[in-house]
Design a protein around this ligand. Sequence first.
Ligand SMILES: [Zn+2]
Length: 73
Amino acid sequence: MQTTVRQANTEIARFRTLVGRLRNDFLRVTRVARTGIGQYEIECAACGQGHGTFKFQSDATDAARTHANRCAA
Ligand SMILES: [Zn+2]
C-alpha cells in the first residue's frame, strides 16, 4: 500500500518484450523507472504488472531484461 505522494517516475531503461519484438510493437515494453534515491521499479506495460523494487540500477535493468524475455503478454 502506497501512502506517500508519488513523484513522477524517471524512466531510465526500457526493453521490448518477446511479443513486442516479434510483432514490432513498441507499446509492449518493460520499463525501469527511478522512483527515489536508490530505488528503482520495474513496470511492464505489456502485462500491466509491476515486477519489484530494486536498490541498484544494474539489478533493476537485469531483472527488467529477464522479464521482457519471458513476458508472454
Ligand atoms: Zn510483462
